[in-house]
Write a protein that binds this ligand. Structure first.
Ligand code: MN
Length: 498
């Protein structure tokens, strides 16, 4: 489902014809070598494509417009090897619409003390040319990433790799289509939002369908297909019967297998990559989709509960941004549920009624069937597990009435002190940075929701840069957060993002 699009990034080197043909040949050769080495490093998630050295207004403008037009180009990396008068860049930059990275590097690592002369200086003056170029980008108020350092430095390469994922998030955001088979839960505020503004800002298309249109597709799934998927479930997961009759248990699980297949077919046929459901609006569905939604999320679909389309789109977005990441630990919808307030052991138990993505699971995954205690349907089957340890981010996109705000909290995922055998849902457990008290206070002051999009595989920096590129406010809660400074930041946001 989450097919990797073969995005590429263009590498554009700036220069001018003042230094003669030989210098321009060196500039071309050096930038080619940098591109080849970056691709060979294995660090970058996407390929870099070398472009001929840009020295004229006309060529710069043409190249940026070609980048706009190419559906596989997710961004342009620029670097001024020599001096490149920045007025030549104005028209190209003005017309360019994709993410921009300014790689402030230099071909040579060390000053060649014994041989350096003025010819060398003129050929290797990124310190000079990149400032001229940077000035015009700032003057034009264009959002871009600046990465500084030697191009062979692993830290520099990691920064480029990280930005590439943000850039793909920006480009792919406008391909996200969320299917709503239920409205937002009645009277709930934080899951609401302006869908028109979301399409303007992020490119998301959010469409409503009657729940029975998808329920019909579920009922059309053949018994043979259901049995085949059930075999997969039974071979993959531990079945915990909790005293239920094995046949009755199997029938409950079969309902979820049928939902998984029916939902997936409907989403594929209608080109949706994210879905919301609502436990109170299930139409002809026999159970709240639990196991079915969990497996769809694992396949790359976004999901939001109780009609929460913002979370569904964010989960999808973050799954795209982490796609193909080596040793990825997972991305899921999450909900803040219950605290542990014991001094020194503070944390938040994260879960949902059912719908947590098994990509974040640590160890074996079980299937259980239990009452929902809400709604009016039969006991749904769900995947039950605990989650991986380590650092992650919880992300909430809220609509403040006049604008969107993205709230990002660094969290440390842990094991709970003891198992919770009576709790029949998947869980995560984390302590927010800088500590539970400051983290939760800042989250509440910022208006953060109880539903979040969570991942181990992105950094706050990547999400902030995504927000900057789509033009919305972002606030981070991390180890440096203090409440007085955070309050000041929120007040500044009120002025800046008006
Ligand atoms: Mn919920």
């Amino acid at each position: 489902m989450l097919q990797r699009k073969e995005y590429k990034f263009w590498f554009c080197t700036g220069s001018q014809d003042l230094y003669g043909e030989e210098v321009l040949q060196h500039v071309a050769a050096h930038s080619r070598e940098i591109v080849e080495e970056l691709n060979r490093s294995g660090v970058l998630p996407y390929e870099v494509v070398w472009k001929p050295v840009l020295i004229t207004n006309q060529l710069i403008r043409q190249t940026f417009n070609e980048a706009n037009e190419d559906p596989f180009c997710a961004g342009v990396i620029t670097w001024m090897h020599t001096f490149s008068p920045a007025k030549s860049w104005i028209l190209g930059l003005q017309e360019y619409r994709k993410p921009l990275l300014h790689l402030h590097t230099q071909y040579n690592e060390e000053i060649p003390y014994d041989s350096i002369d003025m010819d060398f200086m003129n050929e290797n003056q990124a310190a000079h040319g990149d400032r001229e170029y940077g000035h015009i980008v700032s003057r034009m108020r264009i959002e871009r990433k600046v990465v500084v350092g030697y191009w062979k430095d692993p830290v520099v390469r990691e920064k480029i790799a990280s930005w590439m994922r943000t850039a793909v998030g920006v480009v792919e955001s406008s391909h996200i289509r969320v299917m709503r088979v239920a409205d937002n839960m009645r009277n709930v505020a934080v899951t609401e939002g302006d869908k028109v503004e979301a399409q303007i800002k992020f490119g998301w298309e959010v469409d409503a369908y009657p729940v029975n249109s998808i329920a019909e597709r579920v009922h059309e799934v053949s018994d043979a297909d259901v049995n085949c998927l059930l075999e997969e479930y039974y071979s993959k997961y531990n079945m915990i019967l909790d005293g239920r009759d094995p046949e009755e248990f199997r029938q409950h699980v079969a309902v979820q297998a049928r939902i998984e297949l029916g939902f997936e077919r409907f989403l594929e046929e209608n080109h949706y990559q994210a879905i919301v459901t609502h436990f109170g609006d299930l139409g002809a569905l026999q159970q709240l989709p639990g196991l079915a939604i969990q497996r769809l999320m694992e396949k790359g679909y976004g999901f939001g509960a109780e009609g929460d389309w913002k979370v569904a789109a964010m989960v999808r977005l973050m799954k795209i941004m982490t796609e193909g990441k080596k040793d990825a630990k997972g991305t899921s919808m999450m909900e803040d549920y219950t605290y542990n307030l014991v001094r020194g052991k503070e944390g938040i138990l994260e879960a949902h009624m059912l719908e947590i993505c098994p990509s974040i699971a640590d160890g074996p995954i079980s299937v259980r069937v239990a009452p929902l205690s809400m709604g009016d349907r039969e006991d749904p089957a769900r995947l039950v597990f605990t989650s991986k340890e380590g650092r992650g981010i919880a992300v909430s996109l809220v609509d403040l009435g006049n604008r969107f705000r993205l709230i990002i909290n660094d969290v440390e995922c842990k094991k709970t002190e003891r198992p919770m055998p009576m709790l029949p849902v998947a869980t995560n457990y984390w302590t927010p940075y800088p500590d539970l008290y400051t983290g939760a206070e800042a989250w509440i002051l910022a208006g953060g929701a109880h539903h979040t999009a969570f991942t181990y595989d992105l950094t706050a920096e990547q999400m902030v840069e995504w927000a900057e590129l789509v033009g919305i406010e972002a606030v981070c809660i991390d180890e440096h957060t203090t409440i007085p400074a955070f309050k000041k930041e929120l007040r500044l946001g009120e002025v800046f993002y008006r």
